[in-house]
Design a protein. Structure first.
Length: 382
C-alpha cells in the first residue's frame, strides 16, 4: 500500500495549484461581492483539459482517474469553492453523455462539452422532490417523435449560464423510479425559460436558478439512454459527485486552516503571537488532524471507484466526514481570527458561508448516514 502520489498526479496537482493561485484566488473576493459568474475561467480550464476529466480521449477528454480528479477539485476549492462546484457539475454532465449517450449523441455533444464550447448543468431536484428524488413531478409526455415537457426544476447550479441541461423527468408510463427518463435540453429551446436566481448564503459567483418548462418540445433523439433509465443515470453519478464534494470540502478547509495558522503567527496579544497560546495551538492541531483524515477518506473512496470496487459506502463516508469537518474547520478559523474573521477583510467568513451547502447537496449528510447504515447492516427499513 502506497500513500505517495505518482509523478503524473503531482504534475496535475501542481499545474492546477499554479492556475488557481494566478487565475482564481486573486479574483475570488470580487466575484463573491459582485455575484460575477466567471465564464472566462471555464474556457481557461478547458485549455488545461479540465472540462472533460473523466471523458475518453477519443472525445477530447483527459480520461483522468478519480483520484487525479480529487487533486484538481481540492486545489481549485482552495481558491474559490463556487468554481470547483461548477466544474464538478459540468464534468458529471460530460461523463454521463459519454457513458449513456448513443453514438450520435456522443458525436454531437461530448467533444463540445469537453472542449468548453458548451457548459453543462444538471437538473434533478424539484420543490417537493429532494432527498426523495423518485417523487419528482416534472413530466415528459411522448407524442410521435417529440416529448412535451411541463414542470419546474429547482437548485440548478450554473442555471441560466449553462447552454446544456440534462434533466430527469417523469414519463407518461410507469411509477416510481421506473417511470423516469433523462432528457437533454439546450438553452434556446422554445418553451424553456428561467425563473428566479436564488439569494444564497454563499457560492455567490455560481448562479443557482429555477428552470421552467411550458409545453417544451424535445426531440426523441434527445432522450439519453432508454426512456426508463433516467433514475439509473441520475444515481450513476452520485458516487463520483460525492467524492468530488468531499475533495472540494478538503480544499476549502485547507485554505481556512492556512489563513488561521498564518494569522496566529502575526497577531500579537499580551506581548506575544497568539500562536504561542495553547488554546490556539490545540485548535490548529485539531484542524490539521481532521483535514488529513478527511483527505485520506476521499482518496480511499476515489481509489475504490478507480479499481471498479463498490464505492458507494466509502463515497458517502468521504462526503459526510469531509463536509462536516470543513464546516467545523471554517467556523474555528473565523474564531481564531476573532473580529477580523467576522468581517470581509479576510476570506475565512466566505469559506464558512460557502462550505455550508456542501453538507446539503449531492445528498444531505443525513442521507449519507442512511446510505452508510444500509451498507453496514443491509437494506433495512426503520
Amino acid at each position: 500500500m502506497r500513500f505517495d502520489l505518482d509523478e503524473e498526479q503531482i504534475e496535475i496537482r501542481d499545474m492546477v495549484r499554479r492556475f488557481t493561485e494566478q487565475e482564481i484566488t486573486p479574483h475570488a473576493e470580487a466575484w463573491d461581492e459582485t455575484h460575477h459568474f466567471p465564464r472566462e475561467i471555464y474556457h481557461k480550464m478547458a485549455e488545461l483539459g479540465l472540462m472533460g476529466m473523466t471523458t475518453p480521449e477519443e472525445y477530447g477528454g483527459s480520461a483522468l482517474s478519480r483520484l487525479s480528479n480529487t487533486l484538481v477539485y481540492e486545489e481549485l476549492a482552495k481558491g474559490e469553492m463556487a468554481t470547483a462546484v461548477g466544474l464538478s457539475v459540468h464534468n458529471m454532465v460530460t461523463g454521463s453523455i459519454a457513458r449513456f449517450g448513443n453514438p450520435e449523441q456522443r458525436h454531437r455533444w461530448v467533444s463540445r462539452l469537453a472542449s468548453g464550447g458548451l457548459l453543462g448543468a444538471f437538473s434533478l431536484s424539484e420543490a417537493d422532490s429532494g432527498s426523495d428524488a423518485a417523487s419528482l413531478q416534472c413530466k415528459a409526455e411522448c407524442y410521435n417523435d417529440l416529448y412535451i415537457l411541463n414542470g419546474t426544476k429547482l437548485w440548478v447550479t450554473s442555471g441560466g449560464e449553462a447552454q446544456f441541461y440534462p434533466l430527469i423527468a417523469r414519463t407518461s408510463g410507469g411509477t416510481g423510479a421506473s417511470g423516469i427518463g433523462c432528457f437533454v435540453i439546450e438553452k434556446d429551446t422554445p418553451g424553456f425559460s428561467f425563473g428566479k436566481i436564488e439569494r444564497k448564503m454563499g457560492l455567490h459567483s455560481s448562479p443557482t436558478r429555477e428552470l421552467i418548462f411550458e409545453n417544451c418540445e424535445v426531440p426523441v433523439g434527445n432522450c439519453l439512454g432508454e426512456e426508463g433509465q433516467g433514475f439509473k443515470i441520475a444515481l450513476s453519478s452520485l458516487d463520483g459527485g460525492r467524492i468530488n464534494i468531499g475533495a472540494i470540502a478538503v480544499g476549502v478547509a485547507q485554505a481556512a486552516f492556512e489563513t488561521a495558522r498564518n494569522y496566529s503567527r502575526q497577531r500579537a496579544q499580551f506581548g506575544q503571537p497568539i500562536s504561542n497560546f495553547q488554546g490556539i495551538q490545540f485548535m490548529l492541531a485539531d484542524m490539521a488532524i481532521k483535514i488529513e483524515a478527511a483527505r485520506l477518506l476521499v482518496y480511499q473512496a476515489a481509489y475504490k471507484l478507480d479499481e471498479g470496487q463498490n464505492a458507494s459506502m466509502y463515497a458517502s463516508m468521504a462526503k459526510c466526514f469531509a463536509t462536516d469537518m470543513a464546516m467545523e474547520v471554517t467556523t474555528n478559523a473565523v474564531q481564531v481570527l476573532g473580529g477580523a474573521g467576522y468581517v470581509r477583510d479576510y476570506p475565512v467568513e466566505r469559506y464558512m458561508r460557502d462550505v455550508k451547502v456542501a453538507q446539503i447537496f449531492e445528498g444531505t449528510n443525513q442521507i449519507q448516514r442512511v446510505v452508510i447504515a444500509r451498507s453496514l447492516l443491509g437494506n433495512i427499513r426503520n
